[in-house]
Design a protein around this ligand. Structure first.
Ligand SMILES: Cc1ncc(C[n+]2csc(CCOP(=O)(O)OP(=O)(O)O)c2C)c(N)n1
Length: 400
């Protein structure tokens, strides 16, 4: 494997004394974490970008050094803002490396809105000193600028497109320097975000796992069969939303789909908000365990107000999309999620919960749970459901 811009960045960060970093995965930043590990940095994947940012601050406070955090742009950066804002207000030196949509303008299937993530505008508005890389050769100068901000006790953000992170480092092994024109300056994507053409996707990149009879779509079908007509349906970022989209589009049914940019955990909170609108109307929210790690504590709000929401949690133990793409470089362990006793967590909040082993058990399990108020169904699903992910390019190379 060639020495990439991400590898060079990792080496430069080590040279500047960084030893540990905190972060969260997202399509745009995926080449970075493995490079950081290879470069000798210790990497902690938190439960959310907010958590990662605060961890970096705590580490910085305890050690008297600048903190380091990474995440993807769009919803990832949005979740990092509390840490950036606090760093600016309180004068914490925090370096945030934020992956961006590829310079080719090809968006990933989520993690960006229809107008691109417009992260630089956001950072400028927040008065966070931000530097961007449009060409690998700019990296040393840009890092120098960022470190000047850190030395002055300020946060700094370094935005870098995903394809640049993965590009070969120009100076490595005598490889020829790419021309400046080869790297267009990063600019927001202006077109609508469309999934990659399935015909163009590398079939080897679509993870080869048998289609389980109890996959994501089977769960949606069982829920449609179990819950009353008139239910309001919410789908969260990841495979849950894709499965719901497919099933609902086929039936022409209305679905409150996670916004295009796919902020994880959105459906949990949005379902709660919707339930307040019409207190007797059933609501259902289908979400993944990565998304639940971000906002499952809001289940307690549903309990507090006795809202009629059926939360359905697919436990696949990974951050699906990033996990699939990281497999290409053998770094899939970064996409693993720690085990959580979800029924135990629900019980601690007074949320009636039940674990089922497959879609075929859903009808009976829902009948056994209280029909009024909130409830939770937890079910294991395969890490990756090719049927749901196939229309989207899982391959990092295909998205460049
Ligand atoms: C706040 C936020 N951070 C990161 C991402 C990038 N991202 C999109 S889907 C996804 C994985 C979702 O995992 P999970 O909820 O477990 O669902 P799965 O796809 O595994 O079924 C990630 C990390 C995002 N969309 N939003």
């Amino acid at each position: 494997m060639s020495f990439t811009v991400a590898d060079h960045l990792a080496r430069s960060l080590v040279a500047r004394g960084f030893r540990r970093c905190f972060g969260y995965l997202g399509h745009h930043v995926e080449p970075l974490p493995q490079a950081l590990l290879n470069g000798g940095l210790e990497v902690v994947i938190a439960a959310s970008e907010t958590g990662a940012g605060f961890m970096a601050q705590g580490w910085s406070l305890a050690g008297g050094r600048a903190g380091l955090v990474f995440c993807g742009g769009g919803p990832g950066l949005a979740m990092l803002i509390p840490a950036l804002q606090a760093s600016r207000a309180e004068g914490f030196p925090l370096l945030a490396i934020i992956g961006q949509t590829s310079t080719t303008g090809l968006p990933s299937f989520q993690d960006t809105g229809a107008l691109g993530s417009r992260d630089r505008e956001l950072l400028d508005a927040l008065q966070i000193p931000a530097v961007s890389i449009g060409c690998p050769l700019e990296l040393p100068a840009v890092l120098e600028l960022a470190c000047e901000a850190l030395a002055a006790g300020r946060p700094a953000a370094l935005t870098i497109p995903a394809d640049l992170l993965a590009a070969p480092w120009p100076a490595a092994g005598g490889e020829s320097l790419p021309s400046q024109q080869a790297y267009k300056h990063h600019r927001p994507v202006t077109g609508p975000v469309v999934p990659a053409d399935p015909a163009a996707a590398d079939p080897a990149a679509v993870v080869q796992q048998p289609t389980e009879p109890g996959g994501y779509r089977a769960v949606v079908r069982a829920l449609l069969a179990s819950l009353p007509f008139g239910t309001l349906w919410f789908g969260d970022a990841g495979q849950a939303r894709h499965a719901m989209r497919m099933e609902f589009q086929e039936r022409g049914l209305p679905l409150f789909d996670c916004p295009q940019s796919g902020p994880m955990g959105w459906a949990i909170a949005a379902a709660i908000g919707a339930a307040f609108h019409e207190l007797d109307r059933p609501v259902c929210c289908f979400t993944g365990d990565g998304s639940a790690r971000m906002l499952a504590h809001e289940w307690a709000t549903a309990v507090q107000h006795h809202l009629p929401i059926t939360f359905v949690l697919a436990v696949n133990g990974v951050l699906g999309g990033p996990y699939a793409r990281l497999r290409e470089s053998g770094a899939q362990a970064l996409g693993h999620l720690p085990a959580v006793d979800w029924c135990g967590q629900a019980a601690s909040m007074g949320l009636p919960a039940c674990r089922v082993e497959g879609a075929q058990e859903i009808v009976a399990a829902l009948a056994a749970l209280p029909s009024r108020g909130p409830r939770l169904l937890v079910l294991p699903l395969p890490a990756l459901d090719p049927e749901v992910l196939a229309p989207y390019s899982l391959s990092r190379s295909a998205s460049r």
